[in-house]
Design a protein around this ligand. Sequence first.
Ligand code: FES
Ligand SMILES: [Fe+2]
Length: 359
Amino acid sequence: MTELLTPDLLAAQPLDHACALSARCYTDPRMPALDARSVFAKSWQLVCHQSQLAGVGDHLVTAIAGLPIVVVRSDETTLRAFHNVCRHRAGPVASCDGKGATALRCRYHGWTYGLDGVLRGAPEMGRTPDFDPSTIRLPEARVQVWQGLVFVATGEAPPFAEFVEGIDARLGEGRSLAGFEFHHRASWEVACNWKVYVDNYLEGYHVPHIHPGLNSVLDYRSYVTETARWYSYQFSPLESADELYGSGEALYYFLYPNTMLNILPGRLQTNRVLPLGVDRCRVEFDFYYAPDTSDEGRARRERDIAFSDEVQDEDVTICEDVQRGLASGSYESGRLNPLRENAVHHFHELLRRAYREHA
Ligand code: FES
Ligand SMILES: [Fe+2]
């Protein structure tokens, strides 16, 4: 079998001479396993907003790089994330999201864990020699709540303060995300590698060509993309004549490797891009709005969602076209535009480094 990624494909590249990642990173059937262990298992993953786990015992199930996780509010002030893998014979200790649980009970044989992850009871095991439930506990992953958003890391991930350094100051008090209310989730399955979707998110270069509606709201000439250590962000003044968002700023954060925060006046929308296979991903959009029960507020939310759907349809179509191009055998890595694709380069450099360490 040929080597998946040779050292020359993974060498660091200066922005002004950079090429895109090799097609093989998007198409080789061995990539999902490499992405899981070198990228997803080493990163902070957004799981929800804290308002979705407001009560003690509220819990949510997810998976990171194939590892099932349950996140639970174990007391008023503590969120915990456990491996959702029973210590008996690997059943799930939570099968679905839920509210107000007093314990986590495995559905296979009924072993029951407290919200602190310690085994409390195991049916008919009372007389088993040298079996002490208090020594058996679910392994724990790290949880961090920031701006009301709940992140989990299952392995070595950057220190959280370093991961988001500078974002709080950029948002300021006026644009804190913690006060937004969850509205709904929309999911799309897209026939492309997860990195195609991320690449596309990271540049405004395509906006005038792919998104005529969005282009009329943003000021493309003033569109700026900046990179930090673990994230990049794009911002543009909104045309003040726009009745959808009013004047202000559109601010789009990408947090490596797969989280996006789309911040516009009065609304936050998060995206998670989840690999489903080498040529498939699921994109989950969670919509949040500043509390507003007025008719005008409702109408604005409806227009925002319709507009977001339109932009997403345009992105999905081009991403699926790009995946076909990458898989065609015709494509060799092309030059990036240093002015407009610096965040794509930034993402690819982080990936090259991760792959260098694990290839
Ligand atoms: S696997 Fe959980 S109780 Fe048996
Ligand atoms: Fe787009």
